[in-house]
Design a protein around this ligand. Sequence first.
Ligand code: UD1
Ligand code: CA
Length: 458
Amino acid sequence: MNQTCAVILAAGEGKRMKARGSKVLCQVLFQPMIRWVCGNCAGADIGETCVVVGKDAQDVCRQLPPETATAVQEQRLGTGHAVRSAEAFLQKNREKDVLILLGDAPFLFSDVIRRAYDFHKAGDNAMTVVSAVVEDPTGYGRIIRDGAGVCAIVEDRDADDAQKAVREINSGACWYKASALLEALEALTPANAQGEYYLTDTLGILRDRGYRVDAFDAGDPRVVLGANSRRDLAALNAIAREMVFDRLYEEGVDIPVTDGVIIGPQVRVGAGTQILPGTILKGETVIGGDCVIGPGSVLEDARVGNGCVVRNTYITRSVLEDDVQIGPFSQVRPDCRICRGVRIGDFVEVKNSTIGEDTHAAHLTYIGDTDCGARVNFGCGVAVANYNGKQKFRSTIGDDCFIGCNTNLVSPVKIGNGAYTAAGSTVTVDVPEDAVCIARSREVIKEGLALRYRKVKK
Ligand code: UD1
Ligand code: CA
């Protein structure tokens, strides 16, 4: 049975962020901070997890992995008070070690959690705080040491000049024996500059009672960073961005110039793929090898095969098979499957459609709610009229069709295999296999009429 559990503090209001909702929903690389923290916890194989949320925090609860317990902190009276709000959870787990994490510190990664736990167990500590030595400790709690080890954590606002000079800071992450934590929480008072119940005061309380307490230096100042302001958040984004690049470089991805490139933490990219400037990859996007993505492309929850080229294009929640070429200036909206070898050129929009192998739509075309076969050619300016103002309809295009320039396909219609539509046709009926549909009026030529027009004008 897993002898660990965790409490994540996420009832902060984000006043300093001027955030409309909860602070922990502020995003680092498009992912709410609370999701980073839950992921780090899961990665460290922690048992049950309880997240402390403010009241009316459904928005936070929606971001939590299933099976996460929650406790509500009615009033925001400090980190110690927040942990106390999870008392029932702690009582239930009182024989275990409990990890406390802050919802606004996204980089306290699984390996640091594990290493701190090993240190905590090896020292048989009642409390182990994760610390780091940082360049600028302003705003953080300072780790104060005396001859006998760590003796206190002093908050920035309560620190004297000598304490302010200390550069070893409290990350906010701590391991406790749950029973010792429960005992120390009882003894907390809000006698400090902010009138709050500081969780950090449990260190002095436990030490005074003869418990073993210690600090584990994470060794990397980046991992302890939290975000209290929009400026902090920007700094976290900058760091996270570089971390993702480093991972991708290791995996053989080519990012020759990183200007304007933002890649989310869950995104995966295959070796030999080149990412060009101004490209944003979000969500669960997965890209194969030997692709060229960008410049200026935005992919969200996209699955892209090998050998694809995506230039100046938006792709959302869609699948591209291998060797697809898209762009420049196209859009693939949700629920598309673009099969192997398809070419989609400039100013083409595809939505909720399947485009069969080796089909080409080179310019100025809209394909919505359509099942299109293989080797079809769309001329310039084709539009599928899938919407009558009230309802949407689907159309089907067979294999080897030729859809002439400026064809309107008024859905629902079915174009049989090998059929053609003449340029400028508005098609409202099904076209049988191998037929040609011509749906436009014949030209009328009036010899010399232009001369008369010109005379009239003069
Ligand atoms: C806290 C630590 C500080 C540490 C720093 C690291 C205390 C007293 N101070 O300071 O030593 O260096 O984090 O980033 O613990 N929260 C609640 N309920 C509350 C108050 C806070 O849930 O009543 C949550 C917030 O959502 C936030 C986290 O706890 O995620 C930390 O709170 P915050 O106010 O940001 O603490 P700091 O002042 O940064
Ligand atoms: Ca903070």
